[in-house]
Design a binder for this molecule. Sequence first.
Ligand code: NAD
Ligand code: ZN
Length: 342
Amino acid sequence: MSKFEITANGRVATEILVGPALVDEPVLPVRSGRQQAVILTQPGIPRAIAERVAAGLDEQHTILELPDRDEAKRWEVVAELYESLAGLGVARHDTIVGVGGGALTDVAGFVAATWLRGIEAVYVPTTMLAAVDAAIGGKTGINLAGKNLVGAFAHPAKVIVDTAVLDALPLTIKREGWAEAIKTGFIADRDLVQLFVDSPEDPPTEEIVRRSIAVKADVVSEDFTETGRRMILNFGHTIGHAVEIVQGISHGEAVSIGMVAAGELSRDKFGFDFPINATLASLGLPIVAEADLKAVEHLVWLDKKRDSAGLQMVLLAEIGVPQIVHVTADDLGLGLAAIGLA
Ligand SMILES: NC(=O)c1ccc[n+]([C@@H]2O[C@H](COP(=O)([O-])OP(=O)(O)OC[C@H]3O[C@@H](n4cnc5c(N)ncnc54)[C@H](O)[C@@H]3O)[C@@H](O)[C@H]2O)c1
Ligand SMILES: [Zn+2]
């Protein structure tokens, strides 16, 4: 088992444990006053995972199922959940345990952050993407007035990553997380990238997760509320996010396409020469978009990372050397052409 920490203002905000079969261990931090735990999960997540988590608890507990995927991040669902917590008498020292993918951990974290002005949260991420990204970093939120527009920075006390659960994931769900993991490698860890190059068919889950979390925990600890260094985590996201919306594909697939575009700009500006496209394609990730060029362009310019000086993107001078640069409309055109939008 490996252990990581996210620290804020010199204190440990989150303890992260990574290893096989961890859902069978007691997942809750030791603390006095806890009367009960509420386990949140979704119908698309194998029920056995939440039940194994429940079996390890000495405390009184209840398992509640929210709707699947981002349907759980709806305000109506959250409002109903608050009513359930009131009915159960969930109090200040109780704990919400989110067992699921990024959608579930986002809403579990948001509810924990707001119920009684904040109670303890624990996450058990069950998708690769949640394990390497969504569950790490303290961003919680729901889709109200737009995707992730309402939320809070709130760190779970503990994140339990069971690598055997991740190993058992269907390939399509695993791959989406691989995209975020290799992104993390591109910005900060050459050895992590090499794991994917060496075994594109079956990259080693535990090492990928450990390395990705090590980087993200480090970046987040340095930039707790996203005012600076955290921006490097957006590599592949500026164009990727627009393609995700216009084409209606998964976040991981969109980030893959976005990295191809950002890789091309990196080549143009810095002579970056790593074969990003071939590497992503060997993992079965998409490298071209099938979307309306104008719609993608429009969304990119609306991107929230835009500042008064124009559009900013994260590019690579080399692996592990991210650069935040301003890009022009011509630059953007070059990136979009690289993903088949010209
Ligand atoms: N907070 C953050 O920093 C952050 C970062 C990235 C993404 N997100 C959010 O995460 C969400 C996407 O997360 P995701 O990619 O994990 O998708 P998801 O949570 O929607 O889950 C995808 C699918 O996988 C199923 N699933 C989950 N675990 C499974 C398992 N063990 N076996 C089989 N199926 C399983 C789910 O039921 C769902 O149908 C989005 O809402 C996004 O906004 C948040
Ligand atoms: Zn992402």
